[in-house]
Write a protein that binds this ligand. Structure first.
Ligand code: SAH
Length: 387
């Protein structure tokens, strides 16, 4: 553990928005943080909401703009940093609001490719992980949308301990903010592909996307943001209706309903045809090409028949297929496909005119697979608690 990382937090921990806040009821439904005393989660508010809050406090509305800038552009660590505000206002904010600022408890840097993995502790003690990947086109941060996951995909480490709770917008944003501050490098791309199912936390996700890409925050281009879902059909359609310019990635992993059921319990809930129809709808509504993620599992979904089935299924679909060599996790006996098999799979798909890439493995030496670092941290903590 890297104890030298910043640990300072301001505000009171474990508090959320005031009763009657627009997202309190939804938060309860989504199993997010429980309130004790009622404090406002100020980093989850839009600029308009913050303006209303300032009016309630009898402050001028330009104060809202200043505070918003301190939080979302200057990425300040707490109210104490907001030196353009009077001491009196800072004190009022401390009393009234919670300032979410994640505590980095571990940071691992891959010797192989410079990928950085972060473990953050939330105010209620849950831990989440996020990854910084460096590409020639910029720095991409992969964030978690939930602490744990309840979706049960067979090859995924994030799902093994189940879902603890969904993350608030502030907790999603602050993964990006902390990483930009700690690494000292500008984040240009964000992928919501870490632990959790983002569309299982829909309202908080949307709020996160709006603040992240809004002109008064970090202002990351919507085109540089990807949300990956395992395919909750009605939420995919709802997202299409928001008409954002983000990329939607669908975790497909199989070319037939039956095979998908073996890998992803979601397939018992939605027919593959309906999932694909929702993808077409997303493209029609937004003009954004869908990315299909296909994790190749040795001997399970990597045969020539699988490739041909996938090719037939996606031929003519304006999409992109990302092949992910499965990252084996200890708890399951899935193995990676041979390099040759992966190449052949790609070639077969390309014969159908499909745009295919193979995901470069990054950070394998630092527990790179989804949820592995978090899981190993929780295991150590549980062992410590037993002795
Ligand atoms: N719940 C969302 C986002 C999180 S997972 C989703 O399912 O899309 C991000 C991607 O990584 C998904 O495609 C997921 O299936 C894949 N994945 C998870 N664990 C993996 C592993 N061990 N090896 C390869 N891909 C994995």
């Amino acid at each position: 553990m890297r104890r030298h990382l910043r640990k300072r937090r301001t505000g009171t921990h474990g508090k959320t928005a005031a009763r009657g806040s627009p997202f309190r009821a939804k938060r309860e439904r989504e199993n997010t943080a429980v309130t004790d005393m009622e404090k406002r989660d100020i980093k989850s508010l839009t600029l308009e909401e913050l303006k209303c809050d300032m009016a309630e406090l009898g402050e001028k509305s330009f104060r809202a703009g200043q505070i918003y800038q301190w939080m979302h552009e200057k990425l300040s660590d707490g109210f104490a940093d907001m030196t353009s505000l009077s001491k009196n206002l800072r004190r009022k904010l401390e009393e009234r609001c919670e300032y979410v600022c994640l505590e980095a408890v571990d940071r691992r840097i891959s010797a192989a490719d410079g990928t950085e993995k972060y473990l953050f502790r939330l105010s209620d003690g849950n831990v989440i992980e996020s990854v910084l990947m460096r590409y020639h086109h910029g720095n991409s941060v992969c964030i978690s949308s939930q602490a744990g996951c309840r979706m049960g995909c067979r090859f995924c480490a994030s799902t093994l301990g189940g879902l603890k709770r969904s993350l608030r917008p502030s907790e999603m944003l602050d993964q990006v903010y902390r990483i930009q501050k700690i690494s000292g490098e500008r984040v240009t791309h964000v992928v919501v592909m870490g632990t959790g199912e983002p569309l299982d936390n829909y309202d908080n996700l949307l709020r996160f996307l709006r603040i992240l890409t809004g002109e008064h925050g970090l202002h990351i281009s919507q085109r540089n943001v990807t949300v990956s879902t395992y395919g909750i059909v009605e939420k995919m359609r709802a997202l299409a209706g928001e008409k954002l310019q983000i990329t939607l990635a669908l975790s497909l992993h199989a070319s037939s309903q039956e095979k998908r059921k073996q890998l992803m319990p979601v397939a018992f809930r939605y027919e593959l045809d309906d999932v694909l129809e929702a993808c077409r709808y997303y493209f029609a509504q937004t003009g954004r090409r869908i990315t299909f993620e296909y994790s190749l599992v040795g001997g399970v979904n990597d045969t020539p028949e699988d490739a041909a089935g996938l090719g037939r299924m996606l031929a003519g679909f304006n999409c992109h297929v990302n092949l992910i060599p499965v990252n084996p996790i200890r708890e399951r006996d899935y193995v990676q496909s041979d390099r040759e098999v992966i190449r052949a799979f790609k070639n077969r798909l390309e014969k159908y005119g499909i745009n295919v890439t193979i995901r470069r493995e990054m950070g394998r030496d630092i527990n790179g697979a989804c949820g592995q670092l978090r899981r190993s941290y929780i295991e150590v903590r549980e062992r410590e608690e037993q002795v």
